[in-house]
Ligand binder design. Structure first.
Ligand code: UD1
Length: 418
């Protein structure tokens, strides 16, 4: 199993390009299931999660043509004949649940494995199922599989009990081919939901309100082919900004946008960084030592849970004490014990972490437990004195394109160990 070796203590400087957003690409590639015509994509990141999804789509009968280096991809679901997502695929990537809505809408039937829990929490999909049932689907859960059937879904008013990103995306996709109007109340407002809506509209879907908490979809009989460019990854952007902030660095990130990063940028300013915003680039200059910043995760536009671990890492080496509250997932502080191995001062009480900055972190061997937790460990490793080895970096390969190359381009000393 690959590991990442980091020799810490180097300021990050220079420029790197931000990739297409994983969390936008995953639902958007599933949208191709809704059409019998080819859909062309650009800025598709070269990530393990994308490869997993493409293997799943291919198994269903979708023709996949990809130039991974160029970031281009064409999906042709005209031959879609196997609306099944088996456990072996879904267990490695929960986002596979995003095929459920499109499959029922297009094929009238789907068999999708229940994702099960994951390291950061139970993460049920009851809201996805409830929404499809409200649209008239017969849904049975048996032998670990969701079996949903409906000759044609019917438009409905849908209310989710909590804000769910993939739940909103699944139901929005399903509603595109339903009979009549669907209204999703309490919808997720994440920019990735908006990017998915843009792609669906390019395919002929009739959607309004994406980006607000009420989304309206007028069902149409069929969607056609289209071309769509995946938006930049706001979490990758935020992660590199944090890495530069923690190391006292000066970096410029290109092919990205500050538009979806307001709170994250605000927090970095509070921490003492200088930030220049350009049209599609962001430059950050960090002070010698950061100031601690409190934060509370919540659905967009509030502070993203996917940036919580990175900010915990920067608070470990900031002046003062920060209180971090995680309100989305019940078990998303696993990086804290690993950070403690590097010398961090963190106390956990339920969903609250109290982080008191220390003078320095020291390199050690640590274990990545989930994708964003690993990003927090990288940042700590870049700051720590001496050598940090991060085990189980397959978590990072799921979500960070060309991680070592990008960090190396910014001056970091990193090496992948097989
Ligand atoms: C998405 C993101 C993930 C991010 C998360 C929160 C993708 C592929 N993944 O995950 O990176 O961390 O949003 O911003 O976009 N819930 C239920 N029942 C449901 C659905 C959700 O109880 O049917 C709960 C979850 O357990 C969690 C909360 O609602 O506590 C929010 O989860 P959700 O927004 O659905 O997360 P994902 O869409 O899985």
């Amino acid at each position: 199993m690959d590991k990442l070796q980091i020799t810490g203590g180097v300021r990050l400087t220079g420029e790197t390009r931000i990739s297409g957003a994983k969390n936008a690409a995953l639902p958007i590639l599933c949208a191709a299931l809704l059409s019998a015509e080819p859909v062309h994509f650009s800025n598709v990141p070269a990530l393990q999660d994308i490869r997993t999804l493409l293997a799943l789509l291919a198994q269903m009968g979708v023709k996949v043509e990809r130039d991974e280096a160029a970031g281009t991809l064409t999906l042709d679901a005209s031959g879609l004949d196997n609306p099944v997502a088996p456990y072996e695929r879904v267990k490695t990537m929960r986002a596979s649940i995003l095929v459920l809505g499109p499959l029922v809408a297009r094929c009238g039937e789907a068999r999708v494995s229940l994702p099960g829990g994951c390291a950061i929490g139970a993460r049920p999909v009851d809201q996805h199922i409830k929404g499809l049932q409200s649209m008239g689907a017969q849904v049975n859960v048996e032998h670990g599989y969701i079996h949903a059937e409906s000759p044609r879904l019917k438009g409905a008013r849908l209310f989710t009990d909590m804000v769910t990103v993939t739940g909103t995306e699944n139901l929005m996709m399903a509603a595109c081919l339903a009979d009549g109007e669907t209204v999703i109340e309490n919808a997720a407002r994440e920019p990735e939901v908006v990017d998915l809506a843009k792609c669906l509209m390019a395919m002929g879907a009739r959607i309004s309100g994406a980006g607000t908490d009420v989304i309206r979809i007028q069902g149409v009989a069929a969607l056609h082919g289209a071309t769509h460019q995946i938006m930049p990854d706001r979490i990758e952007t935020g992660t590199y900004l944090c890495a530069a902030a923690a190391t006292g660095g000066d970096i410029r990130l290109t092919d990205t946008s500050s538009a979806y990063l307001d709170v994250v940028i605000d927090k970095l300013l509070d921490a003492g960084c200088e930030i220049d915003i350009e049209r599609d680039a962001i430059r950050l200059r960090a002070p010698q030592r950061l100031t601690a910043v409190n934060l509370r995760t919540a659905p967009y536009p509030a502070f993203p849970t996917d940036m919580q671990a990175q900010f915990m890492a920067i608070n470990c080496v900031a002046d003062g004490t920060a209180v971090i509250r995680e309100t989305i997932f019940e078990n998303r502080f696993m990086h804290a014990v690993e950070l403690q191995r590097l010398g961090a001062d963190i106390r956990i009480d339920g969903n609250t972490a109290v982080v008191t900055g220390v003078a320095r972190l020291e390199g050690a061997t640590v274990m990545a437990t989930d994708l964003r937790a690993s990003a927090g460990l990288i940042i700590a490793g870049l700051v720590g004195e001496g050598e940090t080895v991060i085990e189980r970096i397959y978590h990072l390969d799921r979500g960070y394109e060309h991680l070592e190359q990008k960090l190396t381009a910014l001056g970091a000393q990193v090496k992948r160990l097989a």
